[in-house]
Design a protein. Structure first.
Length: 715
């Protein structure tokens, strides 16, 4: 971590571009079917949970907001309104039960201007939307990326759809609004066209010439107590649905009506440059007690029941899932059938035959690859990875009739699903009447409990395997051949290295144990920072064509430092902080040596550093990841490759590079995972690197670059 002098210097030189404040809106003022932006002077089709000033009404202008006599947000003078749909649980009987909201909302005001751009306050009468109530499918555009979910109480990456697993500490819904204004229109016909996301990313960067005025960015976080329903899931599918009838999560949207005094807000934008995020630290704000804000309510206009257990959603909204197409690709005409969505394991791959990683990956491409290598089972994972074998171990086999969580779009065709971070989309070679996709006739898919050989066994004979093995095959220590492809030899049963084919996550990540990921017990007045969008978004889309098969790694978890990175920085705590451009940085060489670590001559320990994953902070992969990892072995490998930077991660992974890209130092305690090849050494952790630098590097340049990087990133 930066020393005291560095932090003191940063505090003195902080710029608005790195500052933010969290506005607590401690409770809703009303739940009802009103939306004065989209449905002016009319009843909306679905219920919203509305926070802010009690001037909220069916018809609103700026003067209406100023008629507010109280607000559920705690800053005096903010009479704005903030709202999103409300959440419901749909039981197996088809009935709907409202999900309790934990507090109200946390609204982040983020000073994220581009170079030489002066941030502006919202003008009086301004309003806007983010998201699309009709959306039911994934997308890669900025508007799609701006909608996300954080499953609190887990170390899983954020998703853009409802996660298909329980969230022990609640589900946090997140909406990031566009921040670039056309400078003329306070609204537009679709309530979006007068605004744009920045050029480089949805959450930071410069504005396009069509929308040249950069307004302060706002970002909503709303937590829902979904854990209450943890024992009531059925059918292997998440049971939650927004009030607009969306059970995919893609249809989440947010609305905002400006209710500040413009000069008051502009003063805060200009002067409240504290890095703490605490609204109390802004000299222009006076606060009211939470209890007083909680007492601010509005009488409903629409006379109907909007909570409890109902036969149908308020307003009669039907649950519409436009994403009803199959989660598999029909390849029966090619002699391959869909088996289902299985579960892979980083340290014990269920398919240990040939493997490859390509930015053009599709299911049919993977099937052709495995078929050409003589295997009868093919599996896609993490968008761009392909694995081959001849049988599926029981431990990773799909559960008949259940869809699983293979929801990650293929890198080469976003209409296909290529597994996930651990889940693997599986196909088997078939012929004649055996060519039946499992999802259509689940009764025909059986997973025998009898024993069998591992997936790297003898070559396919043209028919599907007769049985699945009882236990997962053990990871081998073989080294894959050069190139992106690891060629398991089906003729002699020799599987390739157990290393995966690209940067996927293991199926089970160690818990970070970091409370900064959020907990409903704290209410909505969170002390953490906006949660990160670590779900893959195509930023690491190049083919892995190095001389090794790149290893999987977990995405950054909530173990990252509690801070809001500035524009361009990687983050693990918020969608509001995701970056697409990562500056190169060199670390200090003054960190103390970790206990029991063996250091080859000429190398020095630099400390514990975040791995941005998308792209990798150290981009060169080793070819011996797995059970033999030590720090010394990693340094020796990198030195042989002519790379002066080496990093071990997550117990069994090694990365190299000529410099550190897009990273930052984190507390040494984060690098606490025991090396697989040395019980007395620590090899990084989930999403963090134990970093080593060849001592011949220019130390002055190292420190100079680190200082500059710290200044850019703040905190």
């Amino acid at each position: 971590m930066p020393g005291f002098t560095t932090l003191a210097w940063l505090a003195l030189t902080a710029s608005p571009a790195t500052a933010f404040w969290r506005l607590p809106c401690v409770s809703p003022i009303v739940l009802e079917r009103l939306d004065p932006i989209v449905n002016t002077d009319a009843v909306s089709s679905h219920v919203h949970t509305i926070m802010g000033g009690n001037g909220f009404a069916k018809v609103m202008d700026y003067n209406t907001t100023q008629s507010s006599t109280c607000s559920s947000c705690t800053v005096i003078g903010d009479n704005s309104n903030y709202w999103i749909p409300n959440l419901w649980y749909q039981g197996s009987d088809g009935k709907f039960t409202s999900v309790n909201q934990v507090g109200g909302a946390t609204v982040y005001y983020l000073q994220r201007g581009g170079n030489e751009e002066k941030l502006k306050a919202f003008p009086p009468g301004f309003r806007m939307l983010a998201g699309d109530t009709a959306k039911r499918t994934a997308g890669t555009d900025f508007a799609s990326q701006a909608i996300s979910y954080n499953c609190l109480g887990t170390s899983n990456p954020e998703t853009n759809a409802f996660p298909n697993y329980n969230c022990p500490s609640g589900l946090r819904a997140q909406v990031f609004f566009p921040s670039c204004w056309d400078g003329q229109n306070l609204d537009s016909a679709d309530h979006k066209s007068h605004m744009s996301y920045p050029v480089g990313a949805y959450n930071n960067g410069e504005c396009p010439s069509t929308h040249p005025v950069h307004l302060i960015s706002i970002f909503y976080e709303v937590i829902w107590d979904t854990n209450k329903f943890a024992s009531q899931w059925s059918g292997g599918k998440q049971p939650f649905v927004w009030s607009n009838g969306d059970n995919t999560g893609y249809g989440l949207h947010g609305d905002f009506i400006m209710g500040w005094d413009e000069a008051h807000l502009q003063s805060a934008v200009d002067d409240c440059t504290n890095l703490s995020g605490r609204v109390e630290d802004c000299q222009h704000f006076q606060l009211i007690p939470n209890s007083q804000a909680q007492g601010c309510t509005v009488q409903p206009v629409v006379d109907e029941v909007v909570s409890g257990t109902l036969d149908k959603l308020p307003g009669g909204e039907a649950v519409i899932n436009d994403n009803v197409g199959p989660d598999f690709t029909d390849l029966t005409s090619d002699g391959w059938s869909y088996v289902g969505c299985g579960q892979d394991n980083y340290y014990s791959r269920i398919l240990t035959g040939a493997s490859t990683s390509q930015s053009s990956m599709t299911n049919d491409q993977c099937v052709k690859f495995c078929d050409g290598k003589g295997f009868s089972i093919a599996g896609t994972e993490y968008s761009k990875e392909c694995y081959c074998g001849n049988s599926i171990p029981d431990v990773g086999a799909p559960i008949p009739g259940l869809p699983g969580n293979c929801k990650m779009p293929c890198a080469g065709d976003a209409t296909q699903m290529c597994g996930g971070a651990g889940p693997i989309t599986l196909y088997k070679k078939c012929s004649g009447t055996t060519c039946v996709n499992a999802i259509k006739t689940p009764s025909q898919v059986t997973v025998p409990s009898t024993g069998g050989s591992g997936s790297g066994s003898s070559p396919a004979s043209g028919s599907s395997p007769s049985s699945s093995s009882v236990a997962a095959s053990q990871p081998t220590q073989g080294t894959p051949s050069a190139g992106t492809t690891s060629n398991g030899n089906p003729s002699d049963g020799s599987p390739s290295s157990g290393s995966p084919a690209s940067g996927s996550s293991p199926s089970s990540n160690p818990s970070s144990g970091n409370p900064s990921s959020g907990n409903p017990s704290t209410g909505n007045a969170s002390t953490g920072n906006p949660s990160s969008g670590d779900f893959p978004s195509g930023s690491d889309d190049s083919d892995s064509d190095s001389d090794s098969s790149p290893p999987s790694s977990p995405p950054p978890s909530s173990s990252s430092p509690t801070k809001v990175p500035s524009p361009g920085s990687p983050a693990t705590t918020s969608s509001a902080a995701v970056a697409t451009i990562h500056p190169s940085v060199n670390p200090s060489l003054s960190s103390p040596l970790p206990s029991n670590a063996t250091t080859p001559s000429g190398w020095a320990y630099a400390g514990c550093y975040l791995d941005t994953v998308f792209p990798r902070s150290l981009p060169v992969w080793s070819n011996f990841n797995g059970p033999k990892m030590t720090n010394g072995a990693c340094m020796a490998f990198c030195e042989a490759k002519g790379q002066p930077y080496a990093g071990t991660e997550y117990a069994g992974q090694c990365f190299c590079g000529e410099g550190l890209v897009g990273s930052e130092s984190v507390d040494e305690s984060k690098c606490s995972t025991t090396c697989t090849g040395a019980s007395g050494e620590k090899c990084g952790g989930p999403g963090v690197l134990s970093l080593w630098v060849k001592a011949t590097a220019d130390k002055r340049a190292v420190r100079r670059h680190l200082s500059a990087h710290a200044h850019k990133r703040s905190i």
